[in-house]
Design a protein around this ligand. Structure first.
Ligand code: G6P
Length: 359
């Protein structure tokens, strides 16, 4: 097993570090840099849907939320469902609905049930999966492979990044048909593996966690594309540290969670760009700061969030669609280093399985 880890202490850390390679694989042959277009062969026979509905579980559900955000930004109506909810309470299927199952393994029972339900109701289906010939790949009308390579660690890391990239390619494919110019996005995707390598090489996550080893709970906030990153940051953290962690949409803090915020609850705030969303999240950062909570900003430095933060985890400036891959990598490392410091069973967290094949 030690050989399989290529010198790393855990599969999780190995897989975190494999992400630049995984992304290069996922992008290979799918970008036409000269024309500034994406070229995803597998999607050429997918008809342009009027509406996209995602079904997914766990980390893949967070990728689906990112997909919703990306599609809506491209003016395509979209919604994400937890597969276990959809399976027993499916949404109405219209003629132009495409149901997309996001599933690393392609074997998650809840997701397969949801996809079967959608098909039975007449929906066209697409599987976004890592595993060639998996049940989802075989049963859906179309397949988009994320090409991450095998993932051993129970906590999904590189497959999440690959899912974000695959869903960006999916969105760009549909948006280009509607005449959208993808030139900037294509350039950002081309640079993404190198940017990610830079984040992994320079991350201060191992130092930052030392400050917060004895905290009561850990909160993660973000808005827009940073919201799924906050959810995923918290999920990864609770899965492998066994500490209480929650992710919130920044704007929801004041509707309840703020009651939990104290000097003993560090808040990881994901803030990229300097738009209205960033400014509003900074407003939320000030709210938690006023309750003495330590703040760790995960940011590209475009806004002035650092002024209100006790610690900063930096990413390079990039396109809004690619920033979540980089901010998420910082939070993967936060979870990993915290779990490592606490001596947890990082690759095999208690009570969890890599692929859950029962409903
Ligand atoms: C399990 C794993 C999670 C994963 C989820 C969905 O719960 O522990 O890491 O996100 O299943 O898996 P899938 O293979 O469908 O992406």
């Amino acid at each position: 097993e030690q050989t399989g880890k290529s010198g790393y202490d855990h599969f999780m850390l190995k897989e975190i570090n494999e992400q630049p390679t995984a992304l290069r694989q996922g992008l290979s042959g799918r970008l036409d840099e000269l024309a500034g277009r994406v070229t995803v062969e597998e999607l050429s026979d997918v008809e342009t849907p009027g509406r996209v509905e995602f079904v997914a579980c766990g980390t893949s559900y967070h990728a689906a939320l990112f997909g919703v955000e990306a599609l809506r930004a491209a003016d395509i109506p979209a919604q994400a469902f937890l597969a276990s909810e959809y399976a027993t309470g499916p949404a109405p299927v219209r003629d132009d609905t495409l149901v997309v199952g996001v599933t690393q393994s392609g074997e998650t029972a809840d997701t397969l049930s949801a996809l079967r339900e959608a098909r039975a109701r007449g929906a066209e289906t697409l599987a976004v999966t890592n595993v060639v010939d998996s049940s989802a790949a075989r049963e859906c009308d179309h397949v988009l492979y994320i090409r991450s390579g095998p993932e051993i660690g129970v906590a999904a890391t590189k497959t999440f990044s690959s899912q974000l990239v695959a869903l960006t390619l999916f969105t760009a494919t549909l948006a280009e048909r509607g005449g959208e110019d993808a030139r900037e996005l294509v350039a950002a995707l081309r640079d993404l593996p190198n940017h990610l390598q830079h984040v992994l090489d320079e991350s201060r996550a191992a130092d930052v966690v030392e400050e917060y080893l004895d905290s009561e709970a850990y909160f993660f906030i973000g808005r827009g594309p940073a919201f799924p990153v906050a959810l995923e940051g918290a999920l990864k953290f609770k899965e492998i540290t066994y500490e209480h962690a929650e992710g919130f949409a920044s704007g929801e803090l004041k509707h309840g969670p703020l009651a939990l915020v104290t000097a003993n609850t560090p808040v990881f705030a994901v803030v990229t760009g300097d738009d209205e969303r960033a400014r509003k999240t900074i407003g939320n950062v000030k709210e938690v700061e006023a309750r003495d909570a330590p703040v760790v900003a995960v940011t590209d430095g475009a806004s002035d969030v650092e002024r209100y933060a006790d610690d900063v985890l930096e990413i390079p400036e990039t396109h809004p669609r690619t920033a979540p891959v980089l901010t998420n990598a910082q939070l993967q490392l936060v979870a990993y280093h915290m779990a490592n410091r606490l001596g947890r069973a990082i690759d095999k967290p208690r009570n969890l399985a890599k692929s859950v094949t029962v409903e």
